[in-house]
Ligand binder design. Structure first.
Ligand code: NDP
Length: 459
């Protein structure tokens, strides 16, 4: 049994009350988690560490990020093992997506930091020098679907820009954050620079968002929680980054190369059991190729290996959407059932025959459930893609019209003839109810620093 602890000012501590971390594979208890309610001590530890950390040069902080990346790389098997244990995802997904990307996040921001250019703006009689000052203590809150992947995506740029961090992983998946904390203390990261607290979102998460000395909040999670976070943080004038839910469309146009589109759309539908905010849970297919696409998609689905969803509560939520789909007139084309074994397993499910405006086709389900719809023209496909309140991502599959159609989709990211092909320098984030702000490259640098202009008059 793993005992997850909080990392506060370089010390591992727990709370009087603990609760269970349950495996989605078989409902066994795999860890005990501290139930933290108050963050005053951890904020104090982070404030105490901040002045020295902020004084380091950016090159010195890049070295620290590289050391963290090295340490994660040396222990990558253990990172993947813990992530697979906590989330139930297949080992190859935990290794190739979660663990590898967590290493890359630290490595990327180390390299990015070394190549940051100074920003100056000349006037005829003066020069403006832009300084990027640390914010201070920042709160990072992340969800359970890609636990260390998403948390490290925030920790790395926050540390790079000279901030001290209070990180809160989801209570459902705390293992890899705890492991990262251990590695950071082993390599001697100064005490209090990275602090990790565990507990329930409405308790410890809310305490982080409310704390007056935490000056910025970077949050990834559901849209409903994002509203609570925004309502709390905005009146305190905290910097706020919100990466929220999605209901993304995959558009298969009449000139799509089905040899690429079928496996690509399938992967977008079901990777990580459909529990990635970027997953394409609405598949829109041109009527002229619909039957051919659907036959090949359903046939290849039989060989697609997925794990369980995150827990039984979430399984029940996903199943309630399958029931709703039936009530809305949907036809179950594949799956549709709970897999009868311990844990939180659901068959990958494809639903046809629904209006693209139905609740099933417009609300975020966040599981292995896809609705498939037919369209006649590209204009109709664009209208269907844009008809939800979300605007996170999307993909277009077409030999000749991909970019032109992609530009008309109201979302923060669109892939053409690929999906989840990530360059960490580009803006990542959503529009509409999918969030506020962007992460990635310069956008993360901008969020995790205060840009200060110094205008010097020439003689
Ligand atoms: P939640 O919104 O339930 O939780 C996200 C995080 O917020 C968790 O750490 C949670 O803690 C915490 N939290 C809950 N309540 C509060 C509160 N009042 N104040 C502060 N923090 C709180 O999301 P899920 O974990 O269920 O994740 C799934 C969602 O995340 C989906 O909607 C998905 O689309 C979205 N997501 C968005 C991404 C993006 O980049 N746009 C990427 C990945 C996921 P705890 O779990 O302990 O309750």
């Amino acid at each position: 049994m793993i005992q997850v602890q909080n990392l506060v000012g370089g010390k591992f501590v727990t709370t009087d009350e603990v609760f269970d971390d349950i495996s989605p594979l078989d409902n066994s208890i795999i860890a005990k988690i501290p139930r933290t309610k108050n963050v005053d001590d951890v904020v104090e530890a982070a404030i105490n560490a901040h002045s020295e950390w902020a004084l380091l040069s950016i090159e010195q902080r890049c070295e620290w990020l590289d050391r963290i990346a090295d340490s994660l790389q040396e222990n990558i098997e253990e990172v993947a093992r813990l992530e697979a244990l906590d989330t139930g995802k297949p080992h190859e997904v935990a290794m190739n997506v979660d663990a590898s990307r967590s290493v890359n996040n630290f490595r990327f921001f180390a390299d990015f930091g070394r190549n940051l250019k100074s920003e100056t703006f000349s006037m005829p009689d003066a020069t403006n020098y832009v300084m990027r000052k640390p914010i201070g203590v920042v709160g990072l809150i992340s969800p359970w679907n890609l636990p260390l992947y998403l948390l490290s995506w925030k920790i790395a740029p926050a540390l790079l820009m000279g901030n001290c961090v209070i990180a809160k992983p989801s209570e459902i998946t705390p293992l890899t954050a705890h492991f990262l904390g251990k590695l950071c203390t082993e390599i001697g990261l100064p005490d209090g620079v990275l602090n990790i607290v565990n507990g329930y979102g409405p308790e410890v998460g809310q305490a982080i968002v409310e704390h007056p000395d935490i000056k910025a909040i970077s949050f990834t999670g559901g849209t409903a929680t994002g509203k609570i976070v925004a309502a709390t943080a905005a009146p305190m004038f905290k910097k706020l980054s919100l990466e929220l839910g999605g209901k993304n469309a995959s558009l298969v146009l009449d000139d799509a190369d089905l040899d690429i589109a079928v496996p690509g759309v399938l992967r977008a539908s079901f990777l990580n059991s459909g529990q990635i905010c970027l997953c394409g849970s609405r598949v829109l297919v041109n009527a002229s190729i619909y039957d051919d696409f659907l036959n090949r998609y359903l046939s290849e689905l039989k060989n697609f290996n997925i794990g369980p969803v995150i827990n039984v509560e979430h399984r029940n939520k996903v199943m309630s959407y399958i029931e709703l789909a039936k009530e809305e007139g949907g036809e179950i084309l594949a799956g549709g059932n709970v897999i009868d074994k311990a844990g939180a397993w659901i068959e990958p499910t494809v639903i046809g025959g629904l209006s693209h405006k139905s609740r099933t086709a417009t609300e975020e389900i966040f599981g292995p459930v896809v609705t498939i719809h037919k369209f006649e023209t590209d204009e109709e496909a664009i209208e269907m893609a844009n008809c939800t309140s979300y605007g996170l991502a999307g993909s277009v599959w077409s030999k000749n019209k991909g970019r032109q159609v992609a530009e008309q989709i109201d979302s923060g990211m669109v892939w053409v003839n690929t999906w989840l092909h990530r360059d960490l320098r580009v803006p990542f984030g959503g529009v509409k109810d999918s969030g506020v702000g962007r992460e990635g490259g310069l956008w993360s640098i901008g969020f995790f620093s205060e840009a200060v202009n110094i205008c010097v008059m020439e003689d």
